[in-house]
Design a protein around this ligand. Structure first.
Ligand code: NAP
Length: 348
């Protein structure tokens, strides 16, 4: 890339916004030049508007940028969205209408039939919805979304196995507290405890998985014809969502077929060598006690998903474990990879 593309963040002062700021530092294609938030923050320097919750100081490259209101106008061509869900629908649509590529992390548009819900290794072809979205809505720009943080881990884990015909999935999650934002779950609730409820999470995992693993046919995404049941739990882990997954297939693959599928899995980001693509998107670990969040979550800049413990399941066909970084691959890193895919497709 000869000249960097200017990018901005909607909701830059929030928890997810800060993860975007951090992930975009020294990006080879993108230059973070614009930060948006509510009118409570607009007009202040970023260092004063945002209470920095991540390690170290507010990055020097953005500390003195003046935060703007989330209104299109002088915003750059690509905006990452991490605005509060209560306002994301209107804000994201206004930016798309004005010609911006909105790369959203919010749930608001994920299930819209004309909005790609992307995991670039899994369904890059769903970007073929983009011209349909533009034509149908009359927008000069577009909206693409990334999934919920636990759904990324599940779909990256399942995608290599899709050719065997996924029929039924039961997944149980052990989700990190960083997924709840800041201040998140009260310490008295989570220390030495497990909370067997995360509002709305199970429905999101079930629905989003069917869309992501669906096929683009006749101008729309045909959902994966599989039943998915999710149990979601919050556990006292800082970063890294773990999912234990049981799967039934329509074919009856051998264990060695599945292992080979994990090991040979790669997608468009790897073929195109996108800057935020992990060289190996799903890393299969052979040790019987891995992956583990504390030991594995920071590897590969948090962009890979780790799988392991593949074995026969007495109820379904096979079961295994998958783990990924919820605020990186499940949020900011996922969206930045989506933006790289958009650029590589010539859509920005
Ligand atoms: P947060 O810390 O509360 O931050 C919310 C952001 O939205 C702040 O920058 C805030 O600005 C801004 N905002 C609030 N009201 C606004 C308004 N009226 N106009 C413009 N901006 C406004 O929330 P968060 O935890 O970062 O979550 C942000 C979004 O990401 C949510 O939609 C959430 O659902 C989504 N999310 C996704 C995942 C995932 O799995 N991918 C994980 C967590 C969260 P001020 O500071 O000025 O108030």
């Amino acid at each position: 890339m000869q000249r960097k593309i200017q990018v901005g963040i909607l909701g830059a002062t929030g928890m997810v916004g800060q993860h975007f700021v951090r992930f975009l530092q020294n990006h080879p294609w993108f230059d973070l030049t614009w930060l948006g938030a509510s009118d409570r923050s607009a007009g202040k320097k970023y260092r004063d508007a945002a209470q920095w919750h991540l390690g170290g100081e507010t990055p020097a490259s953005v500390a003195d940028l003046v935060v703007e209101e989330c209104k299109p106008g002088n915003a750059p061509p690509i905006v990452f969205s991490a605005t509060d869900a209560s306002v994301a629908t209107e804000i994201e649509q206004a930016f798309a209408k004005a010609g911006h590529a909105v790369v959203s992390n919010s749930r608001n548009h994920r299930m819209d039939v004309d909005v790609p819900l992307l995991v670039p290794e899994v369904n890059a072809d769903h970007l073929r919805l983009a011209p349909i979205q533009r034509g149908g809505r009359g927008w000069k720009g577009l909206i693409v979304t990334n999934p919920n943080c636990s759904t990324v881990v599940l779909t990256m884990g399942l995608a290599p196995l899709k050719p065997f015909g996924i029929r039924r999935v039961v997944v149980t999650t052990l989700q990190a507290i960083s997924g709840a934002g800041y201040p998140g779950v009260a310490s008295m609730d989570i220390v030495a405890n497990v909370i067997p409820y995360i509002g709305g999470e199970e429905e999101k995992m079930q629905q989003e998985t069917q869309k992501i693993l669906g096929d683009f046919e006749d101008g729309r995404v045909r959902n994966l014809d599989a039943r998915v049941s999710a149990h979601c739990n919050r556990v006292p882990v800082v970063d890294g969502h773990t999912a234990t997954i049981s799967v039934e297939f329509s074919s009856k693959p051998a264990e060695s077929d599945l292992l080979e599928a994990f090991r040979s899995f790669a997608g468009v980001p790897q073929q195109r060598k996108l800057p935020s693509a992990p060289p190996v998107p799903v890393i299969y670990m052979t040790q019987p006690n891995r992956p583990q969040p504390r030991k594995d979550v920071e590897r590969e800049r948090g962009q890979a998903v780790f799988a392991g413990r593949l074995r026969a399941c007495p109820v379904f066909d096979y079961k295994f474990v998958a783990m990924g970084h919820n605020t990186v691959r499940g949020a900011a890193g996922a969206a930045v990879l989506n933006a790289e895919l958009l650029v590589s497709e010539g859509l920005v």
